[in-house]
Design a protein around this ligand. Structure first.
Ligand code: AMP
Ligand code: GLY
Length: 447
């Protein structure tokens, strides 16, 4: 089997690493476009842009690629799966029409409403005037209640504002629709939404449109600062652990959200094939779907894939061919963690070019630790330099979240560069859950 992975971040490094586990040492069986200096350790990198759909299809045809796996949403929203299928190439990702579950929040919310999937109350607005009017409707609670304003289109995590007051909501509408927060007309329409309270979880699954395989539920840490402070980022760390979504809640999410979503997609003729990522808010009134993504999360992928004990290529191949029925995924241990190390200035203005020290020896001396590269490049002397906002994702598994986190932070303590920063509280919310629930041994790390 010859596999092509599309993308260049930490998530794609984790995908390539996981695929490599069953491909032996022959680098020519695993290609990555465009890849990165870190990915080049496990795959052959091909200098083609992730959204250059026709060049990628030409390449896949010429190289006789047997399976293409897409890391991020942009190529799918650009119609990569449609083009590959048109040319008879096998691809494990949804077509453009189904990718709208991520690329248009209005599409996703209307889909949820149509199929009775529990989600926050919402309105879609096509103008700032309409949006402002909706903001003041009673159904979003009293005038001093928070409200959420979301850009309809893809906005790389910058398109959602949780406004504490209606005045902040008005400002968010002006900023989003005026183009100062997100680019490219992503906020020509906005969704105004009731603000939900609860804890968040990400539930990811593979589906061929009919059958599905759930992955361990994950928890992202989106804010740059400890205790969820500061601006939003692509994600500063992720964990998987039983506490993220207990068995009872998971059964309810499957019954009320996962299965109605897959049935709804079938009923609407979306033929969803690939990875579906459901962002959840677990509220006092039950689980609510916050959003869909049509691909792995980053850094959720890193935390999830280190626990996979099945052949990832076999799963994706079954997804692409509509043969997921009877396929199972085996997972190790109970928990995992990924701590993202970021460059000075991330997320606003990350600095590149700092020399990374301390990476040598970690793989040999800490065999459970994987370091996935999100933004690095090789120095002339073979060392590593920073080359992006999120630079590395230090990832481990453990029998408990506490052991996984301890090992992760031990490894983090060996790495340094000028301006490196990271959150020291990844997974800490698990302690707060246990306390809020009135007992149970804290599972997070104690520092
Ligand atoms: P989304 O891209 O829709 O997942 O939104 C990004 C983040 O905004 C989520 O992970 C939540 O933290 C927050 N968020 C989105 N929608 C809501 C909501 N209705 N209520 C409260 N927080 C929300
Ligand atoms: N970590 C969130 C995402 O990938 O969308």
């Amino acid at each position: 089997m010859k596999i092509l992975v599309i993308g260049s971040g930490g998530r794609e490094h984790a995908l390539c690493w996981a695929l490599r586990q069953n491909l032996g040492d022959d680098l020519s069986l695993l290609l990555c476009a465009p890849g990165s200096a870190g990915i080049a350790e496990v795959a052959r990198c091909v200098p083609l842009g992730a959204t250059d759909v026709s060049a990628l299809a030409d390449f896949a045809a010429a190289e006789k690629i047997s399976l293409t796996i897409v890391g991020s949403e942009a190529p799918l929203a650009a119609g990569l799966a449609d083009e590959f299928e048109r040319r008879g190439l096998v691809v494990a990702g949804p077509r453009r029409v189904a990718a709208q579950l991520e690329s248009s929040k209005a599409f996703a919310k209307e889909f949820m409403r149509r199929h009775n999937i529990p989600t926050a109350r919402f309105h879609v607005a096509d103008s700032a005037l309409e949006a402002r009017k909706m903001l003041h409707r009673g159904e979003f609670g009293p005038a001093d209640a928070p409200v959420v304003v979301k850009a309809d289109g893809l906005a790389a995590g910058k398109g959602v504002v949780v406004a504490r007051t209606r005045a902040e909501g008005e400002r968010a509408i002006e900023e989003l629709m005026g183009g100062s927060l997100v680019a490219g007309g992503a906020a020509r329409r906005v969704v105004i939404e009731e603000a939900l309270e609860g804890r968040e979880a990400s539930l990811l699954l593979w589906t061929d449109g009919r059958d599905y395989i759930l992955m361990p539920a994950a928890r992202d840490h989106k804010r740059v600062g400890e205790n969820d402070t500061g601006p939003n980022t692509g994600g500063m760390g992720a964990i998987t652990a039983p506490d993220v979504l207990d068995e009872e809640s998971k059964a309810r999410v499957v019954r009320e959200i996962v299965e109605p979503t897959l049935e709804g997609a079938r009923a609407d003729g979306l033929e969803f094939r690939g990875v579906l990522f459901i962002g959840l808010m677990l509220t006092a009134d039950g689980p609510r779907a916050l959003e869909y993504n049509v691909r792995f999360g980053d850094p959720e992928a890193q935390a999830i894939l280190v626990r996979l004990r099945s052949n990832l290529a076999d799963i994706f191949e079954a997804v692409a061919h509509g043969r997921l029925d009877g396929v199972r995924a085996k997972w190790s241990n109970d928990a995992s963690a990924c701590v993202v190390l970021a460059a000075r200035g991330y997320p606003e203005r990350p600095e590149a070019g700092a020399r990374i020290e301390g990476l040598e020896g970690i793989a040999e001396q800490m065999p459970g630790v994987r370091i996935f590269h999100a933004g690095t490049t090789r120095a002339k002397d073979g060392g590593w330099l920073t080359a992006g906002g999120r630079v590395l994702g230090v990832t481990t598994t453990g029998a408990t979240l506490e052991t996984a986190l301890r090992q992760c932070y031990d490894a983090v303590g060996r790495v340094r560069w000028d301006g490196m920063h990271y959150r020291r509280d990844i997974g800490q919310f698990a302690n707060r859950f246990a306390e809020a629930a009135g007992g149970g041994a804290p599972r997070g790390i104690q520092e």
